[in-house]
Design a protein around this ligand. Structure first.
Ligand SMILES: NC(=O)c1ccc[n+]([C@@H]2O[C@H](COP(=O)([O-])OP(=O)(O)OC[C@H]3O[C@@H](n4cnc5c(N)ncnc54)[C@H](O)[C@@H]3O)[C@@H](O)[C@H]2O)c1
Length: 294
């Protein structure tokens, strides 16, 4: 965010004040080194609530092997506290939730924010999509920007890779990898399960070794903030509100200064569609239960 000079001011809030101040000094050093015009400083919740974009990353880390229910309830409590402290939020603000489980927490945060659903998004499967595109690009020897492929649905074990709509350089994947487009493929067939497993293995290995994926998720936040602040209208796969399910999960949308501008239709096959719908139904049930318990 600092090196990209995406924002004029970057305000940091954390319950751990020593850590917050250390992060501010480290980021200021980075800004001074590169002559970045982004000003970084510690802030209160009240100041954060008046920003153009509020990014919620507060939470605890998931440790490999921990039950997802335990992790979820801990982070729900943290995000509820953060939303309570932020209110009232500027009516023009865009709220981006990064904390996991991201779809559940984005649904809860939107309900507490007082903002319309179009102004609240979750980072969702943005990073998973980038990672999968990267693995396919490596396998096929093309630039990652030439691969069109997203991971959809509820972030986590139920997320769905949209292989049926995948393209390389606007050519459907199957065709791009067939004899006619053979120069694109080192392997004539991509083993999809293997590639998905490779993504999951990579992510777990980074978390196990480093404790988090700060560069990856930092890049996600940078991309989302850049497209929102510059009103670019980029198509991004992010977690957003689905009226039919009354909860948040990821599908592609057009993003701009007012948040979600419109949905993008994806020609998914029946199996992919059913898996996305099934995970959305399960998330909906979970959200209803959480709200009843509150
Ligand atoms: N959606 C994605 O693709 C994705 C990717 C990576 C991480 N994440 C999630 O993002 C979250 C943050 O990850 P991280 O690696 O930066 O974790 P982290 O533990 O390094 O940072 C979380 C920060 O939140 C702070 N915090 C805790 N409770 C708070 C409160 N009530 N108010 C303010 N601050 C509070 C902690 O002090 C800590 O500094 C996690 O929930 C993680 O699972 C999501």
């Amino acid at each position: 965010m600092v090196l990209g000079e995406v924002a004029t001011d970057l305000l940091l809030v954390d319950i751990d004040l020593e850590l917050r101040d250390a992060q501010v000094h480290d980021l200021c050093d980075a800004a001074y080194c590169c002559g970045s015009k982004t000003r970084v400083r510690a802030a209160t919740y009240k100041e954060a609530a008046e920003c153009d974009i509020i990014v919620v990353t507060a939470g605890s880390k998931w440790t490999v092997g921990e039950t997802s229910i335990n992790f979820m309830y801990r982070n729900i409590s943290i995000v509820r506290n953060v939303m309570d402290a932020l209110r009232p939020i500027s009516p023009r603000a865009i709220l981006i939730v990064v904390s996991n489980p991201v779809d559940t927490l984005t649904t809860i945060a939107q309900g507490l924010s007082g903002l319309p659903t179009s102004q609240v998004i979750g980072s969702g499967t943005f990073l998973d999509s980038a990672r999968l595109r990267g693995v396919v690009a490596d396998k096929t020897g093309v630039a990652v920007d030439s691969v069109q492929l997203s991971v959809l649905g509820v972030h986590g074990p139920a997320q769905v890779s949209e292989w049926s709509a995948a393209k390389i350089n606007d050519i459907p994947l199957e065709k791009a990898l067939s004899d006619g487009g053979a120069q694109l493929s080192r392997d004539s067939v991509l083993n999809r399960e293997e590639l998905e497993y490779e993504c999951q293995r990579q992510s777990e290995a980074v978390i196990r070794t480093k404790g988090s994926v700060p560069f990856g998720v930092g890049a996600v936040v940078l991309r989302l903030c850049a497209t929102i602040l510059a009103d670019r209208g980029d198509i991004c796969t992010v977690s957003h509100y689905h009226q039919e399910f009354d909860c948040y999960f990821s599908l592609p949308v057009v993003l701009g200064r007012n948040g979600i501008l419109r949905n993008i239709y994806l020609p998914l096959n029946q199996d992919e569609l059913e898996r996305v719908r099934k995970s959305a139904h399960q998330l909906r049930k979970m959200v209803v239960r959480i709200k009843q318990e509150a």
